[in-house]
Design a protein around this ligand. Structure first.
Ligand code: CP
Length: 331
């Protein structure tokens, strides 16, 4: 396969190959070799139908650091606002000679449709579709976890290693989270143990089939299981109906923002209950004061800013492997 649509597209060897390639990319960036000639003459289109800060900017930076030509397309201000379809937008990109299309879309499955409808020849990368998948977010999270929890002084990036023996608690609005779905799949592929922690109203139907445990008790998970990493999820109020979730299937926002923060928020008290080596992740954007307090977000354990910079190296690796490299282990 020549696209990256889901974390399920990567088997163990494929995931390790992306992470190891990202480590090489990160090394070039830290040596101030900001620009590699690898994708000179190739065109990467960033096709964003939904807002983004981190993903859009880091895909743009990644493509430019590989010397690709980059076209940024935002639905706002384009002919999409006049009613142009995904198909006609895709045919326009095909006519412009796109080699890769990075797509974020509010509809789950839109990247799959773009990749398989025959509208474009380009490699398609899913930059987040609805509540479905966000595979490059999971890859940058795994890259960050591997650096902190698997690598040692002789191998700081953890090159060649997976996350076996690592326990990650993913906390919050799982129902609406493509980040959670991608992370559960990829972390499982890499051998990590995952526990989802959420109020019952924000756990998706069918979660029993996911390769992870589920808990409704954050204090219990932290105290009894001492996870190596806590990944806080953004409460996605924009995907909840006016009544607090009717549009998405959630019956209520659990049960009030104040109660949510008290029961599922990460604050200084819960931070102190974690093991000394534990790290805190958040994909961003954060609701400071709701799912995470400012002192937790800004603490020494927080790797949230590092996640953003690791995102550039990981997206460089994905574009490189899709457009110029071997793709062993990609289904
Ligand atoms: N993590 C993430 O997808 O952030 P953006 O919405 O800013 O791209």
């Amino acid at each position: 396969m020549r696209h990256l649509l889901s974390a399920a597209d990567l088997d163990h060897a494929g995931a390790i190959a992306v992470l190891d390639t990202a480590a090489q990319m990160a090394a070039t960036q830290s040596r101030e070799i900001k620009k590699l000639p690898t994708l000179r003459g190739r065109t990467v289109v960033n096709l964003f139908f939904e807002d983004s800060t981190r993903t859009r900017i880091s895909f743009e930076a990644a493509a430019k650091r590989l010397s690709a030509d980059v076209i940024n397309f935002s639905a706002k201000g384009s002919s999409v606002s006049k009613g142009e379809s995904l198909k006609d937008t895709a045919l326009t990109l095909q006519a412009m000679g796109a080699d890769a299309v990075v797509i974020r879309h509010h509809a789950s499955g839109a990247p799959h449709r773009l990749a398989h409808a025959g509208w474009v020849d380009a490699a398609v990368v899913n930059a987040g579709d609805g509540t479905h998948q966000h595979p490059t977010q999971a890859l940058l999270d795994a890259f960050t976890l591997r650096r902190h929890l698997a690598g040692g002084s002789d191998n700081p990036d953890g090159v060649g290693l997976d996350l076996a023996g690592t326990h990650v608690a993913i906390v919050g609005d799982v129902l609406h989270s493509r980040v959670a779905r991608s992370n559960v799949l990829l972390l499982h592929t890499l051998g990590a143990r995952v526990t989802l922690v959420a109020p019952p109203t924000l756990v998706p139907v069918g979660v029993e089939a996911w390769p992870c445990a589920v808990s409704y008790d954050l204090d219990g998970v932290i105290t009894d299981q001492q996870p190596d990493a806590v990944m806080m999820l953004r409460v996605q109020r924009e995907r909840m109906g006016a009544g607090g979730g009717a549009a998405s299937g959630a019956t209520s926002f659990f049960p009030s923002p104040l109660e949510y923060t008290r029961t599922f928020g990460l604050d200084a008290r819960r931070l102190r209950m974690l093991p000394d080596h534990a790290i805190v992740l958040h994909p961003g954007p954060m609701n400071r004061g709701l799912e995470i307090s400012a002192d937790a977000a800004d603490s020494d354990r927080s790797v949230i800013v590092e996640q953003v910079s690791n995102g550039v190296a990981v997206r460089m690796a994905v574009l490189y492997l899709l457009l110029a490299g071997e793709r062993e282990g990609w289904s």
